[in-house]
Design a protein around this ligand. Structure first.
Ligand SMILES: [Mn+2]
Length: 335
């Protein structure tokens, strides 16, 4: 597939790069990495995303190369581009506000991605679902091109790797991932600079919000399931946003013996958002699917348009029951 893409790139002049709504470190790092490489090849490149860059990734955009989509400013360029690279997704719905213009553009669409879901968004698909990050594919692509990554590319791709592998701790992390990381370090990446930019941008209000969430952690099923919540009052009193809870749910698995974690929060409409995390054989996606949610076996989410307090009580009971029936050590002893 690299061969085909190489030919297309050689024949083309103008490129749009984009990624999914609410972009993460992998999507953004892959964009900067690939854009920088294409610019070295004297291509005309614009990175246009449907969402703003989250604060912790703004250091990647010191050159102001990543733009937030605005129809008046971007539609013409998107329609006239030779190629649209879609990074870190292969499903058009996740382009959100940009979906229509991207799908209508006569440009060749190339997906570089590591997700299983694919609705035919790309005319060309460079997808490796075994790869822990899209950035691995971008790195390999640059190498295939016999390109020499510079420090900027290295920093961008390193950001992608550490975010999508959870700091090299997820099982998808493979020998290649570390070999690529090693090459990026050789190019001058300072691991703590990247780590600090991404993970040490906390603010006091968000810490207070986290404190409330942690204080309320309650064990169920002999501590194998742990759940907690934040409601409207918590966000109001701490002056925080729902988006500030990114990563909070991970704390539910930090307790010894915790196999499944549940975090509820109240949406601005008074509805219920549930984040689920699990380990080992415990499958939270199976539970989430029954309620219209989705995700992966170990990380899923559900949004319910029903009142917060009563929904939380009801769902906690259902989750406790689900865990007990399928995974609880006690129930296995009985059986
Ligand atoms: Mn990714």
């Amino acid at each position: 597939m690299f061969k085909k893409i190489e030919r297309i790139v050689k024949q083309s002049k103008t490129f749009v790069l984009t990624t999914h709504v609410n972009p993460d470190g992998d999507g953004l790092g892959s964009e900067i990495g690939l854009a920088t490489f294409l610019k070295m090849k004297n291509k005309k490149v614009r990175i246009i995303n449907t969402s703003d860059i989250p604060k912790q990734y703004q250091f990647l955009n010191s050159g102001k190369e990543i733009e937030t989509y605005n129809a008046a400013r971007h539609d013409r360029f998107i329609r006239e581009a030779d190629v649209i690279f879609v990074l870190d997704i292969s499903v058009s719905k996740r382009l959100d506000r940009m979906q229509q213009v991207v799908m209508e553009s006569p440009a060749k669409r190339i997906c570089i991605d590591h997700h299983l879901d694919n609705d035919g968004l790309g005319h060309y698909n460079c997808v490796d679902e075994k790869s822990p990050a899209t950035a691995e594919l971008i790195y390999n692509f640059i190498k295939y091109f016999k390109g020499k990554p510079n420090l900027k590319i290295a920093q961008a791709l390193y950001t992608s790797l550490i975010t999508d592998t959870g700091g090299f701790r997820f099982n998808a992390t493979r020998p290649t991932t570390h070999l690529i990381a090693a090459e990026l370090l050789k190019l001058g990446v300072k691991p703590n600079d990247i780590y600090s930019n991404v993970f040490e941008q906390g603010n006091a209000n968000v810490m207070k919000l986290l404190g409330r969430m942690l204080e309320r952690l309650k064990p169920k099923n002999d501590g194998e399931m742990n759940w907690t919540y934040l409601d409207e009052q918590d966000f109001r009193e701490t002056g925080t946003h729902r988006s500030d809870t990114e990563g909070f749910v991970d704390y539910t698995l930090k307790l010894e013996g915790s196999m499944m974690g549940v975090f509820f929060y109240e949406t601005p409409e008074g509805h219920t958002k549930i984040s689920l995390r699990s380990k080992g054989k415990v499958d939270v996606q199976k539970f989430a699917r029954q309620f219209g949610g989705g995700g992966h076996m170990h990380a899923s989410g559900i949004t319910l348009k029903t009142p917060f307090q009563s929904t939380m009580n009801d769902m906690t009971a259902k989750l406790t029951d689900y865990y007990h029936k399928n995974y609880s050590k006690k129930s296995k002893k009985v059986a």
